[in-house]
Every structure is written in structure tokens, then in C-alpha cells.
Write a protein that binds this ligand. Structure first.
Ligand code: 0A1
Ligand code: ZN
Length: 876
């Protein structure tokens, strides 16, 4: 039974049967069951009487029958944890409503009505950070996906679009700033030290894009003139102490606005664009119409406290949220199964924004690295799902690397096949056709077909099938003809035993080994299970460069001679393919039986990379990066984490020893350029810290000395963090000094203290688990801040020596964490389940312990829907 519902029921209100909303048996929502909502809600008026402890919400909804749906005699409004005070229809108080679990059902005759509902909520008690909650004395909202129902009763689904007018009333001293979506209409003083503000958003939007912020904030202000001549006032709202760290965010907003005009012809459509930084936030940021709300991590930066990577991430996330104004807000999703419609496309948009601004090569390599470390394991694990899922229990669980990043890859493939110009025609048609609508992935594909002139009939399978396609490549040479035999298998995934071949666009080039050149890049598309492609004019067997720039999100298995990989690692003119050749050499050694010749080949390639003066230092550093543990696990049939750490660290030591002179020279010569040095400075910093890591692997004493010197002389956070990351893995006074200095120097900056936790929890040292346990008891650790929890425990879960400790204590620690967060913050809790769910890939002794922890969670009593769905999937 549902105590909250019972408490709210007025005497005499009929009580509906309970089984439908039994919390222990979460309902499965299916894509095929979609039906439009029987009512339209063209206008919404919200009046908030704001307080941290208690907030009163009066919602006035204009409703009318939806001509696209069947008639209904009642309106069913979603709710979650609300205290209902009153219901009125057309101004008349009503008590003939019913509660159906958390929902509110109000009988309504056909025709238009005005529905007035008063609810009360308690922001201070909202530990889930969904709906209206308190963070550091301010009030803010997070409504995607289903948080609006925690503010008022409403058809909380993305296909109900309304024009919102929002009035906020609050104590003027505690909440001097009152923001909401759209444009400001009115503000004024009230009696008793209170004040109010009213905002109006003229663009119809779904409830998940509603936002409100109230707090003691200050703004960095600027303006942007759109291509159509609209003068937009921009604001970046933060606590006063953070104002000096907002310049980069503001510049990023302006760059985003300009880029979307130039690249997609998309113009901003309000007089105001505000972003707000919030210290407690479950995700990165949120694209609420005209009022983006950000995790402080993706807003605040200056050279002293943020790394180059932080600066880039901020720009990317600001771009991402801004781009949603068109891909997400002007055109939204019909239902949550279409999530990738807005997320996949918007990730592609933010990725290419960053590529255009700072160069494509390193960005692409980084994006693929992330895809392979996070999305590939998801796609081959128990929670594998298509980019357009068929069912879910808790939609929050589907904000995944698959929906976001594979979704982006799928659209990127259309872009590669169409070419930039035709792709733009497709996107123009999509925006034109569906502006103002709640659309589907199918709408996007159709617009691409019609606008870009592609036949995407078979391509639609990318939306339907989960699993990373495996492509094998065989190469034959006869006369002057080369034949490539390509075959594909889409592996079985949970609920999808049988798969069909998908179209796989692959950019290739055939290199003449002697000349070091190729005869031109071409795009081939593998559509069959197996297919031959022939190329003439090759007197000698060429060296194949395939899936250049990672045109398709597939795994390629090819029989290629080691010396050909060495050749490509030194000569491929496609930066990604060059990196890929190096990675294949590294994987070959790390996943193979570790023979001397494989290591020698790596040495030859690394030597060429270190000697190549045409390379910029960032690319050089990138080429010398070892595969992540996550990707190594993904590529192993049975992964032994301890053995892999030894092998990978051993390789690092060997490379450090082999090239000690060159690394030392790089470390000495690339000293401390500041951000003022621009791109070259950033490239130098990157290489310098990589050189330090190799030097320390080869000679820990020298590494500690160099590390401490780099730490002390650092002009900014990039060098400081780079040094500390190395020192954290070493022993001795240098480590202790740097860690202590770092903490006291930045004690008042939460984002930097997060780094302090992460650096220690990520260190590859035997005693790391004990250190993590100690850090969890540190006075600066708290379970109520998601950033802090992730800083410690996401690092722990990703550290093979911590998580995979041979006695299983790492698994127990993460399971305990999940149980502790389970009800307090279900979204955050659920994010930790997949690390345990990966047990099928781990050697049997550890796998059994991982499974046992999942079973312990499953049997632990009342689980949130989020955790329950993840644990059930993991246990299969
Ligand atoms: N739409 C946002 C992601 C997001 C999703 C859910 C949230 O709830 C906690 C928050 C943010 C984006 O893609 O940036
Ligand atoms: Zn997004």
C-alpha cells in the first residue's frame, strides 16, 4: 500500500486497488504501447511560494480534449511525493478526485477546463535531487526525465507541450535572485521582506524543460547579437565567491551560439539566456529552456583551479546544453524511448563543435577512447540496449553511453555517408518539418532520407539492435588486384538473440609501403554478412588503413602483420588511424602472451613517434597513451585484473627505460607554459605530464623528484594535477608533501578537493583500498554531494587494484555504497551497479564474489526502481 497516497485522500474518497502501483514490482513501460495523452494542456500558470523547508505550488492548467486521442472522462496527472492541498475545476473546489498510487485522477467532462491544483513540497528533504531541491542555500529544479511530477500534479510526459508563466515569491534576503524559463515579465517588493518575479516562456515546452532557480547569486553578464539581429542578454549565475571563474563559461556560450548559426543555421529565440551553476547535481547539466542549470564542475574554471581538460569539458557541455535549444527543446521527444533523438544528435553537435574549434584529431581519439571504455562494455554486458530501447522500468537508467555516445556515432555515420552538404540539407529539413513538435527517431531518419538523399531502409537497424558489430577483414592480393573480404556479426544481446547485418560505412586507404603514401581515401559500405571489395592498380600488396577517423562504431578484427601496424603508427595520415595502429600493437602485446617481438614492435613505433618532429606534442602524447583497463577488459575473454595491472605497468616501465633520455629531454624542455601560451602551451603541458609518468615508471626516485618540482613550479592546475597524479602512485616524502599542500591550498574549493579525492583513489598502488576507506572517513567526504561521491567512489570502482582487490573487499565497498545511496539518491546509486554487473568478463574467483554482492543487494529489502532494474539486469 502507499502511505503517502492514503494520507492525502480526503474522507470518503474512493481508494483504488493497490496492485497497479506496488513499488516492489515496477511496471515495464513499452515503446509499442505509446498512445497520445487524451488532453492538451496549452497553458500552465505556476505560482510558487518558495521556502527551503516548505514550498507551496499553485498550478493552473488550461486543458482541452486532444483531437488526436480518444475521448476521456477524467484526467490522470502524475505525481511523486506531493502533499495535495486542493483541487478546483473552472474555479469550483472539487473533492471527487481519486488517487491512483501517486497519480491524481480528476473527473472532467469533455471540453476546455481550467484546473487549479495546490500542492506542498519540502525542498530541504529532497535528497534525490529531482524536482525542487535545496543546494547550498539556494533552490533549484531538475525535471528531466520525470522530476516535474515531484513539483505538481501534471501529465509529466514529453509530448504534452505548454506555454508556461511562472510567478515566484520568496524572502528577498535569502533569495534575492528569482529565475525561470523564457523572458522576465515583472518583479516587485512585497510585505514582510518578501519579493516576487514573474517569467514567461512563449515557446511551448514539455514539463521536463521547466526550471526555476532562487538564491543569493551574482551574474557575469554579456550579450550576443544573433544573425537575425536579436540582442540576447546573457547571464552566468553563480555564488559571489565563484564569479571570477566564469569568464570561460561566458565565452563558451558565445562561441556555441555563433557555431550553431554558422554550422546548422540555428538562431537563439529568446531575449535572455541564463545558465546557473549548482554544487549538488546528479548529472553534468540540463538544457531547460532559456535557463540551463549546470553542475558547478561544468561552469567554473580558471587556470589555477582547472586543467586544460576541464576547460575543454566546460566548453563542450555548455555547447551541448545550448545546442539542445534546437535539438531537444524546439523539437523534443515524443516519448522517452526517443531519448537518443535529442541526445545522440546533440552529442554529435557538441563533439563536432569542439573539433571545429580545437582540431578534430585529438578530440576524435578521446571520444573513441571513451566510447570503447564505457559504451562497448555496456553494449556487450547485461544492460545492453538499442539506442532506441523497447522497454524500461526506470527511464533514469537509460541516460547511458549507448543512448548518448553510440547515438551520436549512428548519426555521424549518416553524416559520413551523406557528406557535409547533404547532411546539412537533411538537418535543415528535420528542423523545418518538426519545429514545435514532439518527434521520433523515425522522424529524424525520414528527414535525413528526404533531405540528404540517402536510402536508410537497412540503416534503421542501427536503432533497433543492441550490440557492437564485429567486423573481420581478410586481404588477398593477386596481380595488381587487392580483394578485401569483410564479414560482420552483430552479437546476441539480452532479449535479442538473432541479429541482422547493418550497413557499416568504413573509410579506408591502401598504402604503398615503400612510398609511404596512399592512392586516396574511399568510403566503402559493408551491408551484407560477408562481402568482397576489390581495388585495382596495386602491383604490391598494400597496407590497409581501415575505419579511418572511426567512421563506424564497430570492432575490427584483422589479420595484419606487426610491421604493417608499425608502418601505420608511423605514417598514417589519418590521425585516428595512426593512433589505432599503435593501440593495436599495444593490445596485441597486452592481451597476447607478451612476447619479446611484440614489445619490440611497440618500441619501434614509439621511437618513431617520439622522433617525429611533424607531430604536435598533444598528438604525440595521445599516440603514446596505453589502452584503458576498461577497454582491455572488454577485449579479453577472461580478464584477470591483477595480472593486467602488472603487465601494463611493466610495459610502461619498459617504455620509460627505453626512451628515458627523450622523455627527460621532453620533460625538461616543455616546462611550465601558461594558458596564455595558447594551443602550443596546452600541447606542451599534455606531453610533459605523459613524459613524467613514463619517467616515474622507469625510475620512481627520479620521478618523485621531477614530480615534486613540476608540482611546486606549476603555473596552473594542468601541471599540478599531472604531477600529483604521478606522485600519488609513488611512495615517499614528495608524495606526502604534494598531497598535503594541495589539500590546504585548495581547501575552500570543492571542485579541487574532488580532484584530491580522485587522484588518491585512482592511484595504482597495492594499499589503495585502505586509503580509499580512510578517505571515506575524511572530514571533507560527504554522501550528500554527488560530485564528492563520484570523486571517491567512481575512481575506486574504476581502479583495478581497488575494485578488484583479490579478497573481494572492493566489491563489498561498492555494494555497501549502492545500498547506502539506494533510497537517498537512487539515480546516483544505480550508476554504480554496472561495475559489479561486469562479472561475466572477470576471472571466475572474482566473478563469484561480484555476483554474490549483486545478490546481497537484490535481497536487501526495499530497493529503488533505479537500483532494482540495474541489479535485475546484471543478475540476468
Ligand atoms: N538532458 C541532460 C541530461 C540530464 C538528464 C537527467 C538529469 O537528471 C538528473 C539531468 C541531466 C543533458 O543531456 O545534458
Ligand atoms: Zn543532452
Amino acid at each position: 500500500s502507499n502511505p503517502a497516497a492514503a494520507d492525502n485522500a480526503p474522507a470518503g474518497a474512493p481508494v483504488l486497488p493497490d496492485a497497479a502501483h506496488e513499488p516492489d514490482a515496477p511496471a515495464i513501460i513499452r515503446r509499442k504501447d505509446y498512445t497520445p495523452f487524451p488532453w492538451r494542456v496549452p497553458e500552465v500558470r505556476l505560482a510558487f511560494d518558495l521556502g527551503i523547508e516548505s514550498t507551496r505550488v499553485e498550478a493552473t492548467l488550461s486543458v482541452e480534449p486532444n483531437p488526436q486521442a480518444g475521448a476521456a472522462s477524467a484526467i490522470r496527472l502524475d505525481g511523486d511525493g506531493l502533499v495535495l492541498e486542493s483541487v478546483a475545476v473552472d474555479g469550483e473546489p472539487r473533492d471527487d478526485w481519486q488517487r491512483d498510487g501517486e497519480a491524481l485522477v480528476v473527473p472532467l467532462s469533455s471540453g476546455p477546463h481550467t484546473l487549479t491544483i495546490v500542492t506542498r513540497i519540502a525542498p530541504a528533504e529532497n535528497t534525490q535531487l529531482m524536482g525542487l531541491y535545496a543546494s547550498g542555500g539556494m533552490l533549484c529544479t531538475q525535471c528531466e526525465a520525470e522530476g516535474f511530477r515531484r513539483i505538481t500534479f501534471f501529465p509529466d510526459r514529453p509530448d504534452v507541450l505548454s506555454v508556461y508563466t511562472v510567478r515566484m515569491e520568496a524572502d528577498a534576503q535569502a533569495f534575492p535572485v528569482l529565475l525561470s524559463n523564457g523572458n522576465p515579465v515583472e518583479e516587485g517588493q512585497l510585505e514582510g521582506g518578501r519579493h516576487f518575479a514573474e517569467w514567461h516562456d512563449p515557446w511551448p515546452k514539455p514539463s521536463y524543460l521547466f526550471a526555476l532557480v532562487a538564491g543569493d547569486l551574482v551574474a557575469r553578464r554579456d550579450s550576443f547579437t544573433t544573425m537575425g539581429g536579436r540582442e540576447v542578454e546573457l547571464g552566468v549565475w553563480v555564488r559571489e565567491a565563484d564569479l571570477s571563474r566564469t569568464e570561460h563559461a561566458m565565452e563558451s556560450i558565445k562561441r556555441s551560439m555563433k557555431w550553431d548559426e554558422e554550422t546548422y543555421g540555428r538562431e537563439y529565440d529568446l531575449d535572455r539566456f541564463n545558465i546557473v551553476a549548482v554544487g549538488d547535481f546528479n548529472m553534468g547539466a540540463m538544457e531547460n529552456k532559456g535557463l540551463n542549470i549546470f553542475n558547478t564542475k561544468y561552469v567554473l574554471a580558471d587556470e589555477e583551479t582547472a586543467t586544460d581538460a576541464d576547460f575543454d569539458a566546460i566548453e563542450g557541455v555548455i555547447g551541448h546544453e545550448y545546442f539542445h535549444n534546437w535539438s531537444g527543446n524546439r523539437i523534443t521527444c515524443r516519448d522517452w524511448f526517443q531519448l537518443s533523438l535529442k541526445e545522440g544528435f546533440t552529442v554529435l553537435r557538441d563533439q563536432t563543435f569542439s573539433e571545429d574549434l580545437h582540431g578534430a584529431a585529438v578530440k576524435r581519439i578521446g571520444d573513441v577512447r571513451m566510447l570503447r571504455s564505457v559504451q562497448f562494455p555496456e553494449d556487450s554486458g547485461p544492460f545492453a540496449h538499442p539506442i532506441r530501447p523497447d522497454s524500461y522500468k526506470e527511464i533514469s537508467n537509460f541516460y547511458t553511453a549507448t543512448i548518448y555516445n553510440k547515438g551520436a556515432e549512428v548519426i555521424r555515420m549518416m553524416r559520413s555517408m551523406a557528406g557535409l552538404e547533404a547532411f546539412r540539407k537533411g538537418s535543415d529539413l528535420y528542423f523545418e518539418r518538426h519545429d514545435g513538435e514532439a518527434a521520433t527517431c523515425e522522424d529524424f531518419v525520414k528527414a535525413m532520407e528526404d533531405g540528404a538523399g540517402l536510402d536508410l531502409t537497412q540503416f534503421r537497424r542501427w536503432y533497433e539492435q543492441a550490440g557492437t558489430p564485429q567486423v573481420t577483414v581478410e586481404q588477398h592480393h593477386e596481380g595488381d588486384r587487392v580483394t578485401l573480404t569483410l564479414a560482420q556479426v552483430v552479437p546476441a544481446t539480452p532479449g535479442q538473440p538473432d541479429k541482422l547485418p547493418v550497413p557499416i560505412p568504413l573509410k579506408i586507404a591502401l598504402f604503398d609501403r615503400e612510398a609511404g603514401t596512399h592512392s586516396g581515401e574511399q568510403l566503402i559500405v559493408l551491408t551484407q554478412e560477408s562481402q568482397d571489395f576489390t581495388f585495382d592498380g596495386h602491383a604490391k600488396p598494400p597496407v590497409l588503413s581501415i575505419n579511418r577517423n572511426f567512421t563506424a562504431p564497430v570492432a575490427i578484427e584483422r589479420d595484419i602483420a606487426r610491421e604493417d601496424l608499425v608502418f601505420l603508427a608511423a605514417h598514417d595520415d589519418d590521425a585516428f588511424a595512426r593512433h589505432e595502429a599503435m593501440q593495436e600493437l599495444l593490445l596485441g602485446y597486452l592481451l597476447g602472451d607478451g612476447d619479446e617481438a611484440a614489445r619490440e614492435a611497440i618500441g619501434t613505433a614509439a621511437g618513431a613517434i617520439l622522433a617525429d618532429d611533424a607531430l604536435d606534442h598533444e598528438m604525440r602524447a595521445e599516440l603514446l597513451g596505453l589502452p584503458t583497463f576498461a577497454y582491455l577488459a572488454e577485449r579479453s575473454e577472461v580478464f584477470d585484473p591483477g595480472a593486467m595491472v602488472d603487465k601494463r605497468e611493466g610495459l610502461k616501465t619498459w617504455l620509460g627505460e627505453t626512451f628515458a633520455g627523450r622523455f627527460a629531454q621532453l620533460h625538461d624542455s616543455l616546462a611550465e607554459p601558461s594558458r596564455a601560451a595558447g594551443m602550443a602551451g596546452k600541447q606542451a603541458r599534455r606531453m610533459r605530464s605523459v613524459a613524467l609518468a613514463y619517467l616515474a615508471a622507469a625510475d620512481p626516485a627520479d620521478g618523485a623528484k621531477r614530480g615534486l618540482a613540476q608540482y611546486r613550479d606549476a603555473p596552473g592546475m594542468t601541471d599540478r594535477q599531472g604531477a600529483l597524479a604521478v606522485l600519488a602512485g609513488l611512495d615517499g616524502p614528495e608524495r606526502d608533501e604534494a598531497l598535503a599542500d594541495f589539500y590546504s591550498r585548495f581547501a575552500d574549493n570543492a571542485l579541487v578537493i574532488d580532484k584530491w579525492f580522485t587522484l588518491q583513489a585512482s592511484a595504482l598502488r597495492e594499499d589503495v583500498l585502505g586509503q580509499i576507506e580512510q578517505l571515506a572517513r575524511h572530514q571533507a567526504f560527504t554522501m550528500s554531494n554527488p560530485n564528492r561521491v563520484r570523486a571517491l567512489y567512481a575512481a575506486a570502482a574504476g581502479n583495478p587494484l581497488a575494485f578488484h582487490a583479490a579478497d573481494g573487499t572492493g566489491y563489498r565497498m561498492i555494494a555497501d555504497l549502492i545500498l547506502e545511496l539506494n533510497l537517498r539518491n537512487p539515480q546516483l546509486a544505480a550508476r554504480f551497479v554496472p561495475s559489479l554487473g561486469r562479472f561475466r568478463r572477470i576471472e571466475p574467483k572474482r566473478a563469484a564474489m561480484m555476483r554474490a554482492e549483486l545478490e546481497r543487494i537484490a535481497g536487501a529489502g526495499k530497493l529503488s526502481r533505479d537500483v532494482a532494474e540495474q541489479v535485475e539486469a546484471s543478475l540476468g
